[in-house]
Design a protein around this ligand. Structure first.
Ligand code: NAP
Ligand code: ZN
Ligand code: ZN
Length: 350
């Protein structure tokens, strides 16, 4: 089946309308008519070949929400009309220790990403959510329980939501903890909302003075301009956990200096070029850790969606037409997003 999509034919070309094919649903498959797809900074890194290995044509998009339009004969958990989501993964080996623990994102055989992953389907690599329809194995489809009116604002939970929720849970963020969120973009604004809902004291770090009031409205108890050394020093040695979402290289010592003894700076931002090497003494004196975290597995993604539905959490979004995507990427590079672009997939193609 041919459907309309939006993607790029090369790293240095703009995204254009294109037609792609989707497989007919197999016995385990769920066919989804995509209503909305969020725009993640990883889409930009991939489509412009800022990370190695992009295959073209590239159709990005891994923050997908929509409605089920067909199911295979062996599908049990989904029926036509259900509101569902698909995140960053569409398959994994299902047998390794990580997959069996429901941590499919760390599959030891390698994950199959929603875009740019290997597949038997044409053209030999997966094509993502900037499209009208997707067909996904039921194991990688999530139930969305938010009200229909919030659907566009739910889309970003499928990547920005789970990528912040998972480390906040892993490092047991909750009441009595002081937590920093660095970078108030798509991921960071979700991190503020979720850490606040988990009961932590939340401090937002931003390079954009203009986001100060908004960060408070998102749930931050305090906001620090990370370019102001005096504001940074005022928080030295006081954090239980810091989550860093920044998409560009920067000096990490500024944040390890703010950790308490035994605390962790977790990186989720994945810049195209490396951060300067951290000061080892800054880690040794205080037994501090720098860690990383990748999205989340399927069980935890469902848990996150249900947590957000229960707490009334969605993303703050700007809805765009598919034809606006390149302009949206340029604004994202300037940090000018409040706080996630979401494509209205009704604007694709004809
Ligand atoms: P985004 O919306 O562009 O937000 C990034 C924020 O970082 C900006 O809004 C900005 O916030 C801050 N920033 C500070 N200096 C910057 C600079 N020089 N260039 C760009 N941003 C700067 O991006 P996102 O979608 O949240 O993604 C953030 C990063 O996480 C990307 O690298 C993405 O690929 C990665 N990611 C990782 C995972 C994972 O599983 N680990 C999942 C999804 C995305 P202020 O204005 O507040 O300073
Ligand atoms: Zn993403
Ligand atoms: Zn596996």
């Amino acid at each position: 089946m041919t459907v309309h999509a939006c993607g790029a034919h090369a790293a240095d070309l703009p995204l254009v309308a294109m037609e792609i094919t989707r497989r007919a649903p197999g016995p385990q498959d769920v066919q989804i008519e995509i209503a909305y797809c969020g725009v993640c900074h990883s889409d930009l890194h991939t489509v412009r070949s800022e990370w190695p290995g992009t295959l073209y044509p590239c159709v990005p998009g891994h923050e997908i929400v929509g409605h089920v339009s067909a199911v295979g004969g062996e599908v049990s958990g989904f029926k036509i009309g259900d509101t569902v989501g698909v995140g960053c993964l569409v398959d994994s080996c299902r047998q390794c220790a990580s997959c069996q623990d429901g941590l499919e994102q760390y599959c030891e055989k390698g994950i199959i990403g929603t875009y740019n992953g290997p597949t038997a389907d044409a053209p030999g690599h997966t094509l993502g959510g900037y499209s009208q329809r997707i067909v996904v194995d039921q194991r990688f489809v999530l139930q969305v329980r938010h009200p229909q009116a919030q659907l566009a604002a739910v889309a970003p939970l499928l990547c920005a939501g789970i990528t912040t929720y998972s480390p906040l849970r892993h490092w047991k963020v909750g009441p009595g903890m002081k937590v920093g969120i660095v970078g108030i973009g798509g991921l960071g604004h979700m991190g503020i909302k979720i850490a606040h809902a988990m009961g932590a004291e939340v401090v937002a770090f931003t390079t954009s003075e203009s986001k100060r009031e908004a960060a408070r409205a998102l749930g931050a108890d305090a906001v620090v301009n990370s370019r102001d050394a005096a504001q940074m020093r005022a928080h030295a040695g006081s954090f239980d956990f810091i989550l860093n979402t920044v998409a560009a290289p920067h000096v990490l010592d500024a944040y390890t200096a703010l950790l308490k003894r035994d605390a962790t700076l977790c990186l989720v931002g994945a810049p195209a070029s490396p951060h300067p090497s951290p000061n080892v003494m800054g880690l040794i004196f205080g037994r501090k850790a720098i860690a990383g975290s990748l999205i989340g597995g399927l069980p935890e993604t469902q848990e996150m969606l249900d947590f957000c539905a229960k707490h009334g959490i969605t993303a703050d979004i700007e809805l765009i037409a598919a034809s606006d995507i390149d302009a949206a990427y340029e604004r994202m590079l300037k940090g000018d997003v409040k706080y996630r672009f979401v494509i209205d997939c009704a604007t694709l193609g004809g």
